[in-house]
Write a protein that binds this ligand. Sequence first.
Ligand SMILES: Cc1ncc(COP(=O)(O)O)c(C=O)c1O
Length: 415
Amino acid sequence: MTSERLKASLDEFAIFGGTPAFAEQLHVGRPNIGDRDRLLGLFNQILDTKRLSNMGPLEREFEQRVAEMLGVKHCIAICNATVALEIAIRALGLTGEVIVPSFTFIATAHALQWQQIVPVFCDIDPETHCLDPRSVERMITPRTTGIVGVHLWGRACEIDALTEIADRHGLKLLFDAAHAFACSYEGRMIGGFGDAEVFSFHATKFFNTFEGGAVTTNDDKLAEKIRLMKNFGFAGYDQVIYIGTNGKMSEVSAAMGLTSLESLDDFVANNHRNYRQYSSELAELPGLRLLTFKEHEKCNYQYIVVEVDQTKAGIGRDELVRLLHAENIIARRYFYPGCHRMEPYRTSYPDAGQALPLTEQLAERVLTLPTGTAVGETEISGIGRIIRKAIARGPEIHERLVAEHVNLPLTAKEY
Ligand SMILES: Cc1ncc(COP(=O)(O)O)c(C=O)c1O
């Protein structure tokens, strides 16, 4: 960052020709890597023993450690969360219609549609960004067989309310916990709620196994079925007793997982520090709301989520994203424009948006900011300063962007 007087005039914003605040791009996240020597030691062990995959010792140890950490009976490691969702959905016997939020990553919906199950998109609570239980209840039809809640940003769904609805209607309840590893709900670790929960350990998550995921459950029978399904349905040599797929986690991924587990507290502490700093940098700005996390719950703080309300900030979310990109702050829209406006759902259910007013509003407002090890105190104070200056002059910036025709919708390459 340059001087405190930075961006004293509009011309000093990089979007209007000024010098970018950062020489290098700051990204939303950078993969966390634990102790390199420990990881390389495990890689050597894999090469020495030549156990590369097929429920090897590291995969089993990883499953056991995760189950212990989450206080859940079973953890089944899978090659990624999308396949984990597909397997869990099939193992639970879901068919017909399943209620899901549209404000989620597309994999949540695709995992259903992939198996000819209709994802019925349901509106969210604008406070929590998660499924609104009252809307869920309204979407239930005789064809509904289940609910897939998403613990978005690592903040738990209204689990008790969803469990009560699922029980009352005889529906299965699955949670997409891709964002919620190491998070809790009312003091209990996420992983043991509903019929099953699914985690993602993709490289973009704060805890990664390169690619990877897991299904966790307290249901012995379901766990057994999922174990069969992730290995083609093999119950023994030459004995296939079930339809299955290949959902196994490789040993190198498990090695990464075991190494990452040892550094998990450090990863979380780093994210938490960043979150606390952002909270003070972005406090009480008109039209800007930083999503908060409950301090009494465990949380991974892996997303810094901001909502921009143009009617109060003067500047729109897309305009702010573009302005930040020009400064080399690669803020990102998330879950825009909502699953229901992506294919094949957009064509199949063109009117789905009518039942999703809050999802559509939120999809126009949300952006995420750089965190993780990509940024430290200096960067966050620089980002905070730019955002404060942009909000302070929001209407002027908006007018100039309009006048200079640079407020066009963001293209796919820009977010
Ligand atoms: C909410 C949600 N569900 C599912 C997935 C899919 O995870 P994976 O990339 O491990 O398949 C993601 C990935 O980002 C996600 O954010």
